[in-house]
Design a protein around this ligand. Structure first.
Ligand SMILES: [Zn+2]
Length: 243
Protein backbone atom coordinates (compact mmCIF):
# COMPACT_ATOMS: atom_id res chain seq x y z
CA UNK A 1 0.00 0.00 0.00
CA UNK A 2 1.14 3.53 -0.72
CA UNK A 3 2.93 5.43 1.99
CA UNK A 4 2.07 8.70 0.30
CA UNK A 5 1.87 10.73 3.47
CA UNK A 6 5.39 9.95 4.59
CA UNK A 7 6.70 10.31 1.03
CA UNK A 8 5.13 13.72 0.65
CA UNK A 9 6.39 14.95 4.01
CA UNK A 10 9.91 13.79 3.22
CA UNK A 11 9.75 15.25 -0.29
CA UNK A 12 8.53 18.57 1.09
CA UNK A 13 11.27 18.74 3.75
CA UNK A 14 13.90 17.92 1.10
CA UNK A 15 12.55 20.72 -1.10
CA UNK A 16 12.67 23.23 1.75
CA UNK A 17 16.22 22.21 2.61
CA UNK A 18 17.33 22.70 -0.99
CA UNK A 19 15.44 25.97 -1.59
CA UNK A 20 14.69 27.57 1.77
CA UNK A 21 14.03 31.04 0.35
CA UNK A 22 11.40 29.84 -2.10
CA UNK A 23 9.80 27.58 0.48
CA UNK A 24 9.41 30.37 3.00
CA UNK A 25 7.28 32.28 0.50
CA UNK A 26 4.84 29.44 0.10
CA UNK A 27 1.61 29.70 2.00
CA UNK A 28 0.67 26.88 4.33
CA UNK A 29 -2.19 24.76 3.15
CA UNK A 30 -4.87 24.99 5.76
CA UNK A 31 -8.39 24.39 4.61
CA UNK A 32 -10.91 21.85 3.50
CA UNK A 33 -11.71 24.71 1.18
CA UNK A 34 -11.16 28.38 1.85
CA UNK A 35 -13.60 30.72 0.12
CA UNK A 36 -10.78 33.11 -0.80
CA UNK A 37 -8.89 30.37 -2.69
CA UNK A 38 -11.75 29.33 -4.96
CA UNK A 39 -11.99 30.17 -8.63
CA UNK A 40 -15.07 31.90 -10.03
CA UNK A 41 -17.84 29.52 -11.15
CA UNK A 42 -17.83 29.35 -14.93
CA UNK A 43 -14.13 30.27 -15.12
CA UNK A 44 -11.79 28.67 -17.65
CA UNK A 45 -8.58 27.35 -16.05
CA UNK A 46 -5.67 27.18 -18.47
CA UNK A 47 -3.40 24.16 -18.09
CA UNK A 48 0.24 24.36 -19.13
CA UNK A 49 3.09 21.86 -18.74
CA UNK A 50 6.30 23.41 -17.47
CA UNK A 51 8.79 20.72 -18.38
CA UNK A 52 9.12 18.36 -21.33
CA UNK A 53 6.22 15.92 -21.23
CA UNK A 54 5.11 13.41 -23.84
CA UNK A 55 1.88 14.31 -25.54
CA UNK A 56 0.12 11.08 -24.51
CA UNK A 57 0.98 11.82 -20.88
CA UNK A 58 -0.51 15.30 -21.21
CA UNK A 59 -3.64 13.85 -22.79
CA UNK A 60 -3.99 11.23 -20.07
CA UNK A 61 -3.66 13.82 -17.29
CA UNK A 62 -6.17 16.11 -19.00
CA UNK A 63 -8.65 13.25 -19.51
CA UNK A 64 -8.40 12.00 -15.92
CA UNK A 65 -8.69 15.52 -14.47
CA UNK A 66 -11.74 16.29 -16.58
CA UNK A 67 -13.92 14.02 -14.46
CA UNK A 68 -14.19 16.94 -12.00
CA UNK A 69 -15.87 18.98 -14.77
CA UNK A 70 -18.89 16.69 -14.77
CA UNK A 71 -19.73 18.29 -11.40
CA UNK A 72 -17.88 21.62 -11.16
CA UNK A 73 -18.91 24.57 -13.30
CA UNK A 74 -15.38 25.21 -14.59
CA UNK A 75 -13.59 24.62 -17.87
CA UNK A 76 -10.06 23.37 -18.54
CA UNK A 77 -8.15 24.60 -21.57
CA UNK A 78 -4.80 23.17 -22.63
CA UNK A 79 -2.43 25.95 -23.61
CA UNK A 80 1.20 26.00 -24.78
CA UNK A 81 3.99 24.65 -22.62
CA UNK A 82 5.65 26.96 -20.12
CA UNK A 83 2.82 29.49 -20.16
CA UNK A 84 3.46 31.43 -16.96
CA UNK A 85 -0.02 32.96 -17.12
CA UNK A 86 -1.78 29.57 -16.99
CA UNK A 87 -3.78 28.97 -13.83
CA UNK A 88 -2.55 25.35 -13.51
CA UNK A 89 1.13 24.75 -14.32
CA UNK A 90 2.07 21.08 -14.21
CA UNK A 91 5.48 19.53 -13.74
CA UNK A 92 5.79 15.82 -14.47
CA UNK A 93 9.45 15.79 -13.52
CA UNK A 94 9.37 14.29 -10.05
CA UNK A 95 9.46 11.01 -8.17
CA UNK A 96 6.62 8.59 -8.92
CA UNK A 97 5.60 8.46 -5.28
CA UNK A 98 5.41 12.17 -4.49
CA UNK A 99 2.86 14.55 -5.88
CA UNK A 100 1.70 17.97 -4.92
CA UNK A 101 -0.55 20.89 -5.84
CA UNK A 102 -1.12 24.38 -4.58
CA UNK A 103 -4.64 25.09 -3.38
CA UNK A 104 -6.92 26.88 -5.84
CA UNK A 105 -5.94 30.48 -6.55
CA UNK A 106 -2.70 30.18 -4.59
CA UNK A 107 -1.24 29.33 -8.00
CA UNK A 108 -1.68 32.97 -9.05
CA UNK A 109 0.44 34.15 -6.12
CA UNK A 110 3.46 31.97 -6.91
CA UNK A 111 5.70 31.35 -9.89
CA UNK A 112 6.76 28.04 -11.39
CA UNK A 113 4.93 24.74 -11.26
CA UNK A 114 1.71 24.79 -9.28
CA UNK A 115 1.31 21.02 -9.46
CA UNK A 116 3.62 18.00 -9.58
CA UNK A 117 2.40 14.70 -11.04
CA UNK A 118 5.24 12.21 -10.99
CA UNK A 119 2.99 9.16 -11.27
CA UNK A 120 2.88 8.00 -14.93
CA UNK A 121 -0.20 6.84 -16.90
CA UNK A 122 -0.68 3.10 -16.53
CA UNK A 123 0.42 3.15 -12.89
CA UNK A 124 -2.23 1.82 -10.46
CA UNK A 125 -2.38 5.19 -8.75
CA UNK A 126 -2.32 7.44 -11.82
CA UNK A 127 -6.01 8.36 -11.84
CA UNK A 128 -6.11 8.68 -8.06
CA UNK A 129 -3.11 11.03 -8.21
CA UNK A 130 -4.54 13.23 -10.97
CA UNK A 131 -7.99 13.47 -9.37
CA UNK A 132 -6.47 14.17 -5.96
CA UNK A 133 -4.09 16.89 -7.15
CA UNK A 134 -6.76 18.54 -9.29
CA UNK A 135 -9.00 18.47 -6.20
CA UNK A 136 -6.34 20.65 -4.53
CA UNK A 137 -6.19 22.84 -7.66
CA UNK A 138 -9.97 23.35 -7.32
CA UNK A 139 -9.35 24.45 -3.72
CA UNK A 140 -9.98 21.25 -1.76
CA UNK A 141 -7.76 20.27 1.12
CA UNK A 142 -6.96 16.86 2.58
CA UNK A 143 -10.02 15.09 3.92
CA UNK A 144 -7.95 13.18 6.49
CA UNK A 145 -7.28 16.64 8.02
CA UNK A 146 -10.99 17.38 8.34
CA UNK A 147 -11.72 18.99 11.74
CA UNK A 148 -13.83 15.91 12.61
CA UNK A 149 -11.53 13.23 11.16
CA UNK A 150 -10.24 12.13 14.59
CA UNK A 151 -7.59 9.72 13.25
CA UNK A 152 -5.52 8.23 16.11
CA UNK A 153 -2.13 9.13 14.58
CA UNK A 154 0.94 7.67 16.27
CA UNK A 155 3.01 10.84 16.05
CA UNK A 156 6.11 9.28 17.58
CA UNK A 157 6.05 6.53 14.95
CA UNK A 158 5.64 9.14 12.20
CA UNK A 159 8.51 11.22 13.58
CA UNK A 160 10.86 8.26 13.69
CA UNK A 161 9.94 7.18 10.14
CA UNK A 162 10.64 10.68 8.80
CA UNK A 163 13.85 11.03 10.85
CA UNK A 164 15.04 7.65 9.62
CA UNK A 165 14.59 8.42 5.91
CA UNK A 166 16.18 11.88 6.09
CA UNK A 167 19.02 10.83 8.40
CA UNK A 168 19.92 8.11 5.87
CA UNK A 169 20.24 10.89 3.29
CA UNK A 170 22.66 12.78 5.53
CA UNK A 171 20.32 15.58 6.59
CA UNK A 172 21.54 16.94 9.96
CA UNK A 173 19.29 16.15 12.93
CA UNK A 174 18.63 19.77 13.86
CA UNK A 175 17.41 20.58 10.33
CA UNK A 176 15.03 17.62 10.43
CA UNK A 177 13.62 18.63 13.81
CA UNK A 178 13.32 22.23 12.64
CA UNK A 179 11.06 21.37 9.69
CA UNK A 180 9.24 18.28 10.89
CA UNK A 181 6.59 19.66 13.25
CA UNK A 182 5.25 22.14 10.69
CA UNK A 183 5.12 19.35 8.09
CA UNK A 184 3.23 17.06 10.45
CA UNK A 185 0.71 19.84 11.12
CA UNK A 186 0.41 20.58 7.39
CA UNK A 187 0.02 16.98 6.25
CA UNK A 188 -1.48 14.89 9.03
CA UNK A 189 -3.26 16.81 11.77
CA UNK A 190 -6.81 18.19 11.78
CA UNK A 191 -7.20 21.79 10.69
CA UNK A 192 -8.96 24.46 12.71
CA UNK A 193 -12.52 25.00 11.56
CA UNK A 194 -12.51 28.78 11.11
CA UNK A 195 -12.71 30.23 7.59
CA UNK A 196 -13.54 26.88 6.06
CA UNK A 197 -16.32 25.53 3.91
CA UNK A 198 -16.74 22.15 5.54
CA UNK A 199 -19.02 19.34 4.47
CA UNK A 200 -19.40 16.31 6.78
CA UNK A 201 -16.27 14.16 7.13
CA UNK A 202 -16.01 11.64 4.30
CA UNK A 203 -13.44 8.86 4.68
CA UNK A 204 -14.21 7.80 1.07
CA UNK A 205 -13.12 11.15 -0.41
CA UNK A 206 -10.45 11.20 -3.13
CA UNK A 207 -8.86 13.86 -0.89
CA UNK A 208 -8.40 11.31 1.93
CA UNK A 209 -5.12 9.44 1.93
CA UNK A 210 -4.69 5.84 2.89
CA UNK A 211 -3.84 5.62 6.57
CA UNK A 212 -1.47 2.79 7.38
CA UNK A 213 -1.91 0.83 10.60
CA UNK A 214 1.78 1.47 11.38
CA UNK A 215 1.04 5.23 11.45
CA UNK A 216 -1.71 4.96 14.05
CA UNK A 217 -2.27 3.84 17.59
CA UNK A 218 -4.23 0.63 17.90
CA UNK A 219 -5.47 -1.05 14.72
CA UNK A 220 -6.96 1.95 12.89
CA UNK A 221 -6.30 1.97 9.13
CA UNK A 222 -8.04 2.99 5.91
CA UNK A 223 -7.43 2.03 2.29
CA UNK A 224 -6.79 4.35 -0.61
CA UNK A 225 -9.79 5.80 -2.43
CA UNK A 226 -9.46 5.53 -6.19
CA UNK A 227 -12.61 7.32 -7.41
CA UNK A 228 -14.47 10.53 -6.63
CA UNK A 229 -16.88 9.90 -3.75
CA UNK A 230 -20.44 11.15 -3.72
CA UNK A 231 -19.31 13.89 -1.33
CA UNK A 232 -16.48 14.91 -3.65
CA UNK A 233 -19.06 15.35 -6.42
CA UNK A 234 -21.32 17.27 -4.06
CA UNK A 235 -18.41 19.50 -2.99
CA UNK A 236 -17.61 20.29 -6.64
CA UNK A 237 -21.26 21.17 -7.32
CA UNK A 238 -21.51 23.27 -4.14
CA UNK A 239 -18.29 25.23 -4.62
CA UNK A 240 -18.77 25.74 -8.37
CA UNK A 241 -22.52 25.86 -8.93
CA UNK A 242 -24.27 26.26 -12.24
CA UNK A 243 -23.29 23.07 -14.06
ZN1 LIG B 1 -2.78 16.03 -1.30
Amino acid sequence: MSDALINNVVHSIRKKLSAPAAASRSRRKRSISEPSLLWTPGQTLRISFVDPTEDDVKKAIFAAASEWLEYANLRFERVDDEDAAAEIRISTNGPEDASFSLLGTQSMQQEGASMLIGCPPGHDLFEHTVLHEFGHALGLHHEHQHPEADIPWDLEALRSLIRGILADEGVPDEEIEDKMEAELADNFLPMPQENLNVLPYDPESIMHYAVLQTHTQGDYETGLNLRLSEKDKQAARTLYPGK
